[in-house]
Design a protein around this ligand. Structure first.
Ligand SMILES: *Cc1c(COP(=O)(O)O)cnc(C)c1O
Length: 339
């Protein structure tokens, strides 16, 4: 009856399409994008864009700009259609179908999905169990999505020291700009570390789909084989280069604002008897009973936040204060109606 279930790859049988509720909402605090908009320098770069030519095969101009931004040579950099694409390509590059990828929970929801897309077995293990998990690839997100938690430097170093000789560590630093620290310097001592980054969050370019990874040139070469050519579109590359080389300080200013408003939001939530987790990203995770129901009611009132179960809670993106003020009012109302 269901022909699609037998015609597809066996490993795909359990895969459901990624379907978050993306109905447009008056205030959308659900995806951790930059709620102040995109950098004016990137907008200007797109103004006279013309699309008749192919982009560069492996985004050479973007690599050069990332090289200046990170201080790493271009051969230690690869790019992709969002960091999603880089993570997906990396899983494929370093493992054979049937191998395991290990991570702690809760973490970035796309990881088990990409694992299945690559016929890998997703394995949820406690942090200290990562090296002994038998996984070829270990995934760690810091600051973590959805909790905002930063993994202490000492724990990251311990993980690297304990990792087996055949294990690759994917360290997802999608929120590094908000954290004030990153693990780039550890690339010197650990050649099986790949750090992934995105232009979708602090840099305000989610719609253009631009991500990148940093690592030893041998790792980078394998990821590029798996990624394939022409994955960063020409307007995306152009806007990303403009955003990275912009001297105006727009990105830094809005990172600071996001952090300040996140802390102000935390104060307001604590005043309501809630206990948001300490965050090093541009969002807060607020443990909350009936989170899913509350999120549905908030959405009906025009404010989208992301609900999670296990642990139950809401993830709220920090944006302009007027938006957060309104979100608080709508949250109060939704909680009253759930009491
Ligand atoms: C948003 C996010 C990404 C995805 O970034 P894209 O570059 O837009 O694909 C990757 N990892 C984490 C943890 C994220 O929160």
């Amino acid at each position: 009856m269901n022909r699609a279930s037998t015609i597809g790859r066996a490993a795909y049988r359990d895969i459901a399409p990624y379907a978050p509720d993306r109905t447009p909402c008056r205030i959308d605090l659900s995806d951790n994008t930059n709620l102040w908009g995109m950098p004016p320098a990137a907008r200007d770069a797109l103004a006279d864009f013309s699309a008749e030519r192919y982009p560069s095969v492996y985004a050479a101009d973007l690599k050069a700009a990332i090289s200046r931004y990170t201080g790493l040579p271009a051969e230690m950099i690869t790019t992709g259609c969002g960091s999603d694409d880089v993570l997906d390509s990396a899983m494929r590059a370093f493992s054979e179908p049937g191998m395991r990828i290990a991570f702690t929970e809760p973490t970035f929801a796309a990881i088990p999905l990409f694992a299945r897309m690559n016929a890998l077995e997703p394995a949820v293990v406690p942090f200290d169990g990562l090296p002994g998990s038998g996984a070829r690839v270990i995934y760690l997100c810091s600051p973590n999505n959805p909790t905002g938690t930063l993994t202490p430097r000492s724990a990251i170093e311990r993980l690297f020291a304990d990792a087996r000789a055949d294990q690759v560590i994917l360290l997802d630093e999608a929120y590094a700009e908000f954290a004030g620290e990153n693990a780039i310097d550890l690339l010197r001592d650990f050649e099986r570390l790949l750090i992934t980054r995105t232009m979708s969050k602090a840099f305000g370019l989610a719609g253009l789909r631009i991500g990148y990874a940093l690592g030893d040139s041998a790792l980078i070469g394998e990821v590029e084989k798996s990624r394939g050519p022409y994955k960063v579109s020409a307007p995306a590359e152009r806007a990303a280069v403009a955003a990275l080389t912009d001297g105006s300080g727009w990105v830094e200013q809005h990172v600071s604002l996001a952090i300040a408003n996140r802390e102000r939001l935390a104060v307001e939530l604590r005043a309501r008897g809630l206990a948001p987790l300490p965050s090093a990203a541009n969002f807060l995770f607020v443990p909350l009973a009936h989170a899913t129901t509350i999120a549905v009611r908030m959405r009906a009132a025009g404010v989208a936040v992301r609900a999670f179960g296990d642990p139950d809670g809401l993830r709220i993106t920090a944006g302009p204060w007027a938006m957060l003020e309104e979100a608080l009012e709508v949250l109060d109302e939704a909680r009253r109606s759930c009491a």
